[in-house]
Design a binder for this molecule. Structure first.
Ligand code: EPU
Length: 416
């Protein structure tokens, strides 16, 4: 199952239901070990979840998944070193740093994996642990983080990092005293995690703001949460709809999570309508070029930067995209150019000259959202596109092939 084939230019019509958010569930699963028994609903069918399940089972945590509902029982879990074999399969393996530190006061874990879209250092996470009283030792890419006791602290993040906010939240909820995180990330996925932790008995306030206050508690038990809809998956299918849709309905969306994205679609003149929790999309023409700059939430999400670039190819004139979060998130442009696009990369900015018709080609997925950008391009290209290295895509898009086939796309998996 290494490649996807797509025959482009088919009209997409019907309904696509959005799954639970990847970037939420990958923090909720490590967080689950802070309590005895928890339930997580609306779990997406993605390989990141399977890889976290493997880590949980390795730690002797009982795990069952049925119809998108996970039951986790960690009463008998063991704290074992998480070796590279487990940690390198995804970025979010490093959330076990905060979770295990909180529960056992000690964690031994190798380097995380994830998309190669920039250097992605962990200095804010490690400094945060130290400020809570932990000692961090790094030996040959192995992190040992331990503490006699964790103490509440005031932590000023240099940048509102999603990962550092999650890890510090996890590490601090059972610390002695109160922790303040200033300049915390306020992404909706952090809010989903806070609701989950509070349902276990944690005392976290400041949800949806950049200042979180965590009053340490000693006992956590139970816990239940529903994963919020994946705003990036929703954005991706909305783009498919404005490129190829005939009343394509994207359902189970929280539109407020996509405000900056919708602003850009409106500026371009896209044909879409928001009705409650669904977005109705239609193929749009005579699109105006726009300038986009990625930013932390509620700004334009970096995770939608590569997918929207595919739509910019159809705008009449010159668009620019500035990527401010990651240094290496334009790897999609090489393949889009091979398919007929005219994109120039200039450091942290690209210039897109449109409109350009696209032709099916052999292309490669370098990272998750680059893969989404290529699927979108393939759906609107003339002829057949083969997309290789699709493991990246399967990490983050639940039932991608099924969802697109159901609405009329010609897309299928092939073994290499
Ligand atoms: N940064 C540091 N030091 C740190 C932490 C971050 O310099 O200790 C820098 C990063 O290098 C980056 C910036 O801060 O330049 C933002 O990083 P952040 O920590 O916010 O990102 P992340 O937690 O690694 C999560 C998502 C990403 C998403 C970003 C931004 C998960 C598992 N990943 O990454 O999702 O792009 O937040 O919203 O939640 C994706 O889904 O395709 C994806 C990459």
């Amino acid at each position: 199952m290494d490649k996807i084939k797509v025959i482009g230019k088919n009209v997409l019509s019907g309904k696509i239901y959005i799954s639970g958010s990847k970037n939420s569930v990958v923090s909720l699963l490590p967080a689950a070990i802070l309590s005895d028994e928890v339930v997580i609903e609306k779990v997406p069918h993605i390989s990141d979840v399977e890889n976290l399940e493997e880590i949980l089972r390795y730690l002797n945590v009982k795990f069952s998944l049925e119809s998108g509902v996970i039951h986790i029982d960690s009463k008998n879990m063991e704290n074992k070193p998480i070796t590279l074999e487990y940690s390198s399969k995804l970025r979010a393996s490093y959330y076990f740093m905060g979770a295990l530190l909180s529960r056992f006061k000690r964690v031994e874990i190798s380097l995380p994996g994830g998309c190669h879209i920039g250097a992605r250092p962990m200095d804010f996470h490690l400094k945060g642990f130290e400020q809570l009283g932990a000692k961090v030792t790094v030996k040959d890419n192995l992190y040992i983080i331990e503490a006699d006791e964790l103490k509440g602290s005031k932590i000023d993040l240099p940048f509102p990092s999603v990962g550092a906010t999650v890890n510090i939240l996890l590490a601090s909820i059972q610390a002695d005293g109160t922790t303040i995180i200033n300049n915390a990330a306020s992404e909706p996925e952090i809010g989903n995690l806070i609701d989950f932790l509070n349902s276990m008995g944690a005392k976290i306030s400041g949800k949806d703001s950049n200042r979180l206050e965590i009053k340490g508690v000693k006992d956590l038990s139970g816990g239940m949460v529903k994963v919020i809809p994946d705003r990036i998956e929703a954005g991706t299918y909305i783009l498919a709809g404005v490129m190829n849709g005939d009343n394509l309905e994207i359902c189970d969306v929280i539109p407020e999570h996509l405000t900056s994205f919708f602003e850009k679609l409106e500026e371009m003149g896209c044909n879409f309508k928001i009705e409650g929790n669904k977005v109705i999309t239609n193929k749009s023409s005579h699109l105006k070029p726009v300038n986009i700059e990625t930013a932390v939430y509620p700004g334009f999400a970096t995770d939608l930067q590569q997918p929207i670039t595919t739509l910019l190819l159809q705008c009449e004139g010159e668009s620019t995209v500035k990527e401010t979060i990651y240094e290496n998130r334009f790897q999609n442009t090489k393949y889009l150019n091979e398919m007929g696009a005219n994109i120039k990369v200039m450091g942290d900015t690209i210039k897109v000259y449109g409109p350009t018709p696209l032709k099916g080609k052999l292309v490669r997925t370098s990272d998750l959202r680059a893969g989404a950008a290529l699927v979108l391009a393939a759906l609107s290209a003339e002829g057949e596109t083969t997309i290789t290295d699709i493991k990246h895509l399967l990490r983050g898009y639940s039932d991608l092939i099924k969802k697109l086939t159901n609405v009329g796309a010609k897309i299928w998996l092939e073994d290499e």
